[in-house]
Ligand binder design. Structure first.
Ligand SMILES: C[C@H](O)[C@H](O)[C@H]1CNC2=NC(N)=NC(=O)C2=N1
Length: 117
């Protein structure tokens, strides 16, 4: 099943974060989409975060994009850390409940990419 067709599952403490290998495999799958090929997502060196910067035309478009991200995040009950500026939105994904990456982060990343295509 495609990442965009999956739903974020409730995530509780006790579940271990993804291993580096599992994260790399999901990263490849995520970055295979047309949108991600323009700008790929990266996993941070500590393997706890998935990150991508999006370019928008101006501040209003950046805020509009954030509002669309809000709708997806609420639908999935999984929430990104966001940085908004003039013509940019930086999205950082991590699963707070487990202190690292889960599949939920990759599902939300794919759904955020889908907003741009
Ligand atoms: C009950 C609810 O699903 C949880 O509190 C969710 C909310 N959104 C979340 N978002 C993220 N990124 N990590 C979490 O652990 C998390 N927990």
């Amino acid at each position: 099943m495609e990442l965009t067709d999956k739903r974020c599952a409730p995530c509780e403490g006790g579940t271990p974060p993804l291993s580096g290998e599992e994260a790399q495999s999901l990263l490849q799958e995520l970055n295979a989409s047309a949108e991600a090929q323009k700008t790929p997502w990266t996993v941070t060196a500590d393997e706890r975060q998935l990150k991508k910067g999006f370019k928008l035309k101006n501040f209003v478009e950046a805020v509009d994009f954030v509002n669309r991200i809000k709708d997806v995040a609420e639908e999935e009950s999984h929430h990104p850390d966001l940085e908004v500026g003039y013509g940019k939105v930086v999205v950082r994904l991590t699963t707070h409940a487990i202190g690292g990456l889960s599949e939920n982060d990759f599902i939300l990343a794919a759904k955020i990419d889908a907003l741009r295509s």
